[in-house]
Each structure stands twice: as structure tokens, then as C-alpha cells.
Ligand binder design. Structure first.
Ligand code: SF4
Length: 427
């Protein structure tokens, strides 16, 4: 189909990785609830946590006044935790009340958090007990969104991984697309795959539990997000086979991702071109516009969303940028290996974080653009660096051809803003 040209100077797959284990600056895994509750329309995410957890969710997601929300926090006060038996009873009571009031809920996730009192509660046992009580109408699962254990995109990974063991078994040869995408982007992707004659296709997560998502030895799966390491492992344990590919960011990444699936399903090259030629051309044109600002500029990635390696590949190959450091909280070779193959050698590849050391490197490098979490962005802006909030990359539709221009635009906007401010200051 369409093999991408590897970089002239070799890629980064075999580059030494700077591993750091120190203080880190990232949101916790509860953040994933903000996009998952929109996607899974019959699910409810019940965080068992503190007032801090409730504030995080409310301020990040906004409070829906008229709509029934699909997430909430059971705030366990210290007095509730005098005995763990009482805490289990309290969880049962809150869940019974919720399910009684909300018969529309078909999937309930008990989400753990980091206060030490909550860590002591066995939410897995609670989920098993509640599942036995409320099945088959409601499926109860649990995972941890604790900031001690998870960075912000790992919340989605933990939620999806908790669903894999309860998926139905199938012997059918099916394609499973794994990772939550905005509906409009998911529809574009499914439209292209179906136009190539590929099917049956299912998505994890699906909109509703009733959909026929199943897994078995003849399932092949493709990931749309690079942060799904645990889900990937859980699917392999169920016998499914991963289709490793660069992630579908930008024209090249999208074409390579589609090509891997098309090759698996023996799609003729002429049909592949027929489906992809027009959107590829639109993507190239849209990227070229934003790349005028990005071309020749440097970028430094703090580890945050785990999207860093595929995005560095996109910015260097399609937008003419130079990567100085590409940090990622975790590097799963099975997932991001194909992107590392294509990322031109040169940048420091770092895994984990020791924030003070990394800040020193970022200050020394003074890249044209620094991609980092919200907590670091303001201080770095005050020091004259242009920054991009990593969290925006997760909240904005950026996958596949039609969003490729917007993806490049997310990076070019802070640079354009800076040059306009400079001009105004000079006048
Ligand atoms: S899970 Fe932990 S890090 Fe996340 S909001 Fe709750 S207390 Fe804070």
C-alpha cells in the first residue's frame, strides 16, 4: 500500500532512552472520565474519593445543570472510614440509591482515587459483589484513577482494560478499534474502513453496552491512542492480535495506520487510493498552511499525555520542526515502536520525569515551542517561552485526515500569537 520513507539518519527506535524517576507534574487518571462519560452513553463513573477529586471533576468538566450527569463522586469523610466494613456498606448504599434513581445506567465504574482511606477500600471486591446484585441490567466494574498510580491518559487505559475480561467471546474474524474518539472523528474513520470493504468492525469503548463488541483468537485490533498499554496487554491475553502501526496523526500517520489495516484485510491498492486520495490531498494542503509558521522551529516535549512520540513524528516529518527532547511518561515499544522508527534521530528520548532536571534542560534549550502540562506552562511563559498545553491535544479532535490541519494549527497558534505580540510591542 503506502510504505513511509524512514528518516535518512535512521529513526529513534534504538536510541538510548533517558529514564527518570523523580517528582512529576501531571494530572491524575480521573481526568479521563471527562471524555469517557461523553462517549459511553449508558455508563456512570462513580469516583470513590475526596472533595479534591470532586472539585477536579467539576472544574474540568463543568457542571451540567439540566442534564443528568454521567459521573459523580462519593465523598468518603474520615468518619465514614472508622471501619472498612462500614466503608463497603457505604459504597453499597450510594450505588443502590444511584441505580434506583437512574435506571438508564447499564455500566457502572467504581473509580478509586488516592486518599489513603480510599486506597484501603477493596473496590474490586465491591464491584464483584455489586455486579452479582445488579446483573444483568447493570454491569459493575472498577479501576483506579489515583494520581499515585496514573497519569491523566492512563485513566482511559485503566477503564478500557477493566472492560476487556468481560467482553463476550467470539471466533469471528473481526476488527476492533480501540480508544475513545469524538463521534464525528470515529464516523470518518469507520466510513473510510467500510468503503475499503473492511468489516465487521467494532469499537471499544462502544456507545452502549448492548453493542456487539466481542473478542477472541480471530480478532485483530488497532489502537487509535498510544496510551493504551494495559488494554493492549488485556486484549492479547484474550487471544486478539495487535496490528502495530504509526498512530493516525497527520496525513502520513493516518495513511500508514490505514495501510496496515488494509494490508491485513487484503484491500487492493487501487481501492485504497480511491478511498484515501482526496482526503489525503486535503490534509496535506491544510497542514502546509500551518507548517509555514512551524517550519524550521524547535519543539521540546515534557512527558504528559503519552501522545508525545507520535506528535513529535508528525511535527518533524510533516511540519519541518526539529525535536530537542521528546519526553513520555511511559514508552511501550509495542505501541510507539512504529512511530519511533519514523522519528528522525537527534532528540533526547526520555521516559518518566524528574521535573527539576527536566526544567533545567528546557530552560537551557529554550525551544521555540514547549509542550507541557498546565502547571508548568504559566511559569515557562513568564520566562519568555512559548508553550502548548498538552491536555488540549486530548480534548481537541486531532486524529485522521480531516483534523490534520487543526492538529498542526494547535502548535502554530502559540507561535503566531507570540510574533503578533512582538510586532505590537515594537510599534
Ligand atoms: S485522585 Fe488523587 S490526584 Fe486525583 S483529584 Fe483525587 S486526590 Fe487529587
Amino acid at each position: 500500500m503506502t510504505a513511509l520513507t524512514p528518516p535518512m539518519n535512521g529513526g529513534c527506535r534504538t536510541a538510548p532512552v533517558l529514564k527518570e524517576r523523580g517528582q512529576r507534574e501531571v494530572f491524575c487518571g480521573l481526568t479521563g472520565i471527562i471524555w469517557l462519560h461523553r462517549k459511553m452513553q449508558d455508563a456512570f463513573f462513580l469516583v470513590v474519593g475526596s472533595r479534591t477529586c470532586a472539585h477536579l471533576l467539576q472544574s474540568a468538566a463543568g457542571v451540567m445543570i439540566f442534564a443528568e450527569p454521567r459521573f459523580g463522586t462519593a465523598i468518603l469523610e474520615e468518619t465514614d472510614l472508622a471501619g472498612m466494613a462500614d466503608a463497603q456498606k457505604e459504597v453499597d448504599r450510594v450505588v443502590a440509591q444511584l441505580l434506583d434513581r437512574r435506571p438508564d445506567i447499564r455500566q457502572l465504574f467504581l473509580v478509586g482515587s488516592c486518599p489513603s482511606e480510599v486506597i484501603k477500600i477493596d473496590l474490586h471486591r465491591a464491584a464483584e459483589r455489586l455486579n452479582a446484585q445488579h446483573a444483568p441490567h447493570v454491569r459493575v466494574l472498577n479501576y483506579s484513577g489515583s494520581g499515585i498510580e496514573t497519569t491523566f491518559t492512563q485513566g482511559e487505559d485503566a477503564a478500557l482494560a477493566s472492560m476487556v475480561p468481560v467482553l463476550k467471546e467470539t471466533e469471528a474474524r473481526e476488527l476492533l478499534i480501540v480508544g475513545a474518539l469524538p463521534d464525528v472523528v470515529e464516523d470518518q474513520m469507520l466510513g473510510m474502513l467500510r468503503a475499503m470493504g473492511i468489516g465487521p468492525i467494532h469499537c471499544l469503548p462502544a456507545h452502549r453496552i448492548d453493542q456487539e463488541t466481542a473478542v477472541g483468537p480471530n480478532t485483530v485490533f488497532a489502537l487509535v491512542q498510544p496510551f493504551l498499554g494495559d488494554t493492549h496487554a488485556a486484549l492479547e491475553r484474550r487471544g486478539a492480535r495487535h496490528l502495530p502501526a504509526p498512530f493516525p496523526f497527520g496525513e502520513e500517520g493516518t495513511t500508514a495506520w490505514l495501510s496496515v489495516i488494509a494490508a491485513e484485510f487484503d484491500v487492493p491498492a487501487s481501492l485504497f487510493s480511491q478511498v484515501t486520495d482526496a482526503p489525503r490531498a486535503r490534509a496535506r494542503k491544510a497542514i502546509a498552511q500551518a507548517a509555514e509558521t512551524l517550519n524550521g522551529k524547535s519543539v521540546f516535549f515534557f512527558p504528559d499525555s503519552q501522545l508525545e512520540i507520535p506528535l513529535a513524528r508528525f511535527l518533524t516529518r510533516e511540519c519541518g520542526m526539529t525535536a530537542i527532547e521528546v519526553g513520555s511518561p511511559y514508552i511501550h515499544d509495542a505501541l510507539v515502536g512504529p512511530d519511533l522508527d519514523l522519528l528522525p534521530a537527534g532528540p533526547v528520548i526520555s521516559e518518566g520525569q524528574d521535573v527539576d532536571k527536566q526544567l533545567a534542560r528546557a530552560r537551557a534549550a529554550r525551544a521555540d515551542l514547549t509542550v507541557c502540562g498546565l502547571g508548568l506552562a504559566n511559569p515557562l511563559e513568564a520566562e519568555g517561552l512559548s508553550t502548548k498545553w498538552a491536555i488540549e491535544l486530548v480534548f481537541t479532535p486531532v486524529h485522521f485526515y480531516e483534523q490534520a490541519g487543526d492538529l498542526a494549527g494547535l502548535f502554530s497558534r502559540p507561535l503566531r500569537r507570540k510574533s503578533i505580540l512582538k510586532l505590537e510591542a515594537a510599534e
